[in-house]
Design a binder for this molecule. Structure first.
Ligand SMILES: Cc1cc2nc3c(=O)[nH]c(=O)nc-3n(C[C@H](O)[C@H](O)[C@H](O)COP(=O)(O)OP(=O)(O)OC[C@H]3O[C@@H](n4cnc5c(N)ncnc54)[C@H](O)[C@@H]3O)c2cc1C
Length: 460
């Protein structure tokens, strides 16, 4: 499937329905949930009614071979409110981790448990980060040890979306200390399992409608069936890890690159915030008058907005490219997932900050949503890998590529024999063009017109 910016009819409709949901249901209540820092259950119910809260919906979007459905949906939803958006899509992040690790039977068991159904909603959480190790996932200290046919999990997790209130917690834990980050495995811990404690709900700067928590695991017992991927896959993974460790090979950027494929999802969320702020503040600058004219007439106001519009579009292209790569299995050799997350999150922060500046005092108070968007956007340079971590992934990839040309040079080309012989830029085509030009005075007009038709750029 080649990379194509034209949406399909289904994608167009999806983006339209997601935008309507964001505009009619999410935006009107966003400020209230933010102020009260309360979980938006009624909005989740409405999302479920509209088909936006179900495992099949997200599996379908992840499976879209163009890669564009998921980022399009995310951008529209998060245009409404990032806090509520996170509450809606958090189970999809857990589902994505389950999808990468689980057996098909485990997927069938746990995917419905992550979402529930309208009227009986369920929640899911992905618990990786710990108080001592967010960026450095090699430093995770939560352990899982085998006890007969069960696993016993002990540890401490921090900043966990839906933590403690979720029906399904996907938890990573070290099963073999000596293998470092390669000795980790993912487990499902159902909500309410004895020993799983919600220590506290965290009080956040932004994205306050989402629930984020500190968790403790004390002797949490889960059956062997809750080890994602199962015993054989774990044994195989550990054996391979031992070979690497005993062989003294470096672990490279594998750990930091683990989330490369999910980063476009998060980047698209940041783009939703950035776009919301740019649209809002452009309208404001068109109407707000100072010194007898709309403030947008000042280049001091309009040029920064022009730069941000350019960066938002560039970040969207990076995001869609990374999403297309994930969908079509193109390897992320140059840190393309990190590039989109870095560009999108930083432009979201810069756009929302500029929105406040452009609105002056009105931007600084809660009468307008831009101060909230600024607080929301800041999360995006921190979670799913901080900006510094994205730069590490990209620079490691740069170093490993050692001067390799850009990605498109390495991609398997498309096109048939006619394209190979007479495609644009081929020597045969150039020869024909030159011959036609040389013969322009000798060849009858209609024949010349025909030749020019073949050579001219395509017209719509
Ligand atoms: C609201 C919120 C929601 C979250 N949701 C989840 C969730 O659902 N599940 C989950 O598992 N986690 C979640 N996280 C955790 C998040 O992923 C981590 O906070 C993040 O990875 C950063 O880890 P840290 O906070 O420990 O920072 P640290 O790793 O301690 O980093 C501190 C600073 O040092 C920098 N730094 C670290 N190492 C380097 C280096 N080698 N070179 C240069 N700079 C470096 C970092 O970039 C950062 O600026 C969430 C966090 C927040 C705030």
């Amino acid at each position: 499937m080649s990379f194509d910016l034209t949406p399909t009819i289904a994608q167009h409709d999806l983006a339209k329905r997601a935008h309507e949901f964001a505009e009619q249901v999410v935006r009107p209540v966003a400020a209230d949930y933010d102020a009260r820092q309360e979980f938006p259950w009624p909005v989740l119910e409405e999302a479920a009614e509209r088909g936006f809260y179900s495992p099949l919906f997200y599996r379908d979007l992840i499976g879209d071979p163009t890669g564009l459905s998921l980022p399009m949906f995310m951008e529209e939803l998060f245009w409404g409110c990032a806090g509520i958006g996170l509450a809606v899509v958090m189970p999809a992040l857990a589902l994505s981790a389950i999808g990468q690790a689980a057996t098909p039977e485990q997927m069938l068991t746990w995917a419905p448990e992550c979402f529930g159904s309208p009227g009986d909603l369920k929640l899911a959480a992905l618990a990786i980060s710990e108080p001592e190790g967010g960026s450095d996932v090699r430093n995770l200290r939560t352990t899982a040890r085998r006890d007969g046919s069960d696993w016993i999990i002990d540890g401490h997790k921090m900043w966990i979306g839906n933590g403690g209130i979720a029906n399904v917690h996907v938890v990573n834990a070290v099963v073999d200390q000596e293998l470092g980050h390669r000795g980790q495995a993912l487990f499902v811990v159902p909500g309410g399992t004895p020993g799983l404690e919600l220590v506290r709900k965290l009080d956040k700067l932004g994205c306050r409608a989402s629930h984020t928590a500190e968790l403790k695991f004390t002797g949490v017992r889960v059956p062997a069936a809750n080890l994602l991927g199962g015993d054989d896959k774990l044994e195989h993974k550990l054996a391979k890890a031992r070979e690497i460790v005993e062989g003294g090979r470096r672990s490279g950027s594998a750990t930091l690159g683990t989330f490369e494929q999910t980063r476009p999802m998060v980047a698209a969320q940041a783009l939703g915030i950035a776009r919301a702020a740019l649209e809002y503040v452009t309208e404001y600058a068109n109407r707000r008058e100072a010194f007898g004219a709309p403030i947008i007439d000042n280049q001091g106001i309009s040029f920064p907005l022009a730069d941000l519009a350019t960066r938002i579009d560039a970040a969207r292209l990076l995001t869609w490219r990374a999403s297309w790569m994930a969908a079509t299995g193109v390897p992320f050799d140059r840190g393309e997932g990190s590039m989109c997350k870095l560009a999108a999150s930083e432009v979201a922060v810069d756009t929302t900050e500029r929105a406040i500046q452009t609105m002056g005092g009105w931007g600084y108070i809660t009468d307008h949503p831009v101060e909230k968007w600024y607080r929301d956007a800041k999360l995006y340079t921190i979670f799913e890998g901080t900006s510094e971590i994205q730069r590490i992934v990209i620079s490691n990839a740069l170093g490993a590529a050692d001067g390799k040309p850009p990605m498109h040079v390495d991609l398997e080309p498309t096109g048939g024999p006619l394209n190979a012989w007479f495609g644009r830029g081929t020597p045969a085509r150039t020869r024909v063009a030159n011959a036609a030009l040389d013969a322009r005075d000798k060849v009858p007009g209609p024949v010349m017109n025909l030749a020019m038709k073949v050579l001219r750029p395509p017209r719509r």
